[in-house]
Design a protein around this ligand. Structure first.
Ligand code: CAA
Length: 257
């Protein structure tokens, strides 16, 4: 299964389980995450959720580049839209969701972590939005949520350069709430999820709803703009070159076309 779900008493743990591709998020995985959320929504005994990645290297290295390589603008838009729907649902989900970032959280992986309420990171974790290296831009909410979680300047630096940001730096910028040794990460995430699970669920859920409102602005409108521009990137030669170069394991040459 590319996505696993496990119950630990009042805590549900969702594990992205495609370690051979660094847990890159396929459409199938997005569908599975959505159906796990359906299940959790029906079970009031699950009070909090943790999302993590299988294996030692990655939380998730992002959207599936192989699946996007030959995409038309409309296909890319549909893929991005499915990501938006699932991550918007994660963000608005009436129970708290903790991202336990055990390794790379890049592109769509970083965007997934950003849609969660709280991010805990392993010392091995690194965050980033490397889409520019592929000739595209973030398409699953990163343009909005990274700036909101950190600062516009830091978000622009990461998005314009595509560089990776180690866990300690992510912590300084508010991207990770806490950083733990790799072996301690899951224990700390479970302890936090269990602590929250002892609190009155209505108060936690209502607080989540209004804290999200504090950050809202016109988030939905801005996400729609991101979706359109993301799709537009798939009409450029630079997108074809960037994704081909990644998959062929060579340096990309961008021509601005
Ligand atoms: N999609 C598909 N496959 C991926 C992937 C991705 N995002 N990231 C890694 N993989 C695959 C690699 O192709 C490789 O597969 P093979 O073994 O079949 O060759 C396998 O996972 C292991 O990866 P690497 O050999 O590259 O591992 P590494 O340790 O040398 O490098 C890495 C690790 C730096 C994270 C590198 O894998 C990398 O740069 N990955 C891509 C990260 C990225 O660009 N993410 C953004 C995706 S686009 C996106 O997310 C758009 C959006 O906003 C919606």
């Amino acid at each position: 299964m590319p996505v696993d779900f496990e119950r630990l008493g009042p805590v549900g743990v969702i594990t992205l389980n495609r370690p051979e591709a660094l847990n890159a998020l396929s459409l199938e995985m997005l569908e599975k995450i959505d159906s796990v959320l359906d299940l959790v929504e029906r079970d009031a005994a699950i009070r909090s959720l943790i999302i993590t990645g299988a294996g030692e290297k990655a939380f998730s290295a992002g959207a599936d580049i192989g699946a996007m390589r030959e995409a038309t603008a409309l296909e890319a838009r549909a893929y991005a839209q499915r990501g938006h729907q699932v991550f918007n649902r994660v963000e608005a989900f009436p129970r708290p969701i903790i991202a336990a970032v055990n390794g790379y959280a890049l592109g769509g992986g970083c965007e997934f972590a950003l849609a969660c309420d709280i991010r805990l990171a392993s010392e091995r974790a690194s965050f980033g939005q490397p889409e520019v290296n592929l000739g595209i831009m973030p398409g699953w909410g990163g343009t909005q949520r990274l700036a909101r979680a950190t600062s516009p300047g830091f978000a622009k630096e990461l998005i314009f350069t595509g560089r990776m940001c180690p866990a300690a730096e992510a912590h300084v910028h508010g991207l990770a709430n806490h950083v733990y040794p790799p072996d301690a990460l899951m224990g700390e995430a479970i302890a936090l999820a269990e602590l929250i699970a002892t609190k009155p669920p209505w108060a936690v859920s209502a607080s989540k709803e209004v804290i999200n409102l504090a950050l809202e602005g016109d988030l939905r409108g801005h996400l729609a703009r991101e979706l359109d521009l993301f799709a537009l990137a798939f009409t450029t030669k630079d997108q074809r070159e960037g994704m081909a170069a990644f998959l062929e394991k060579r340096q990309a040459t961008f021509e601005g076309r």
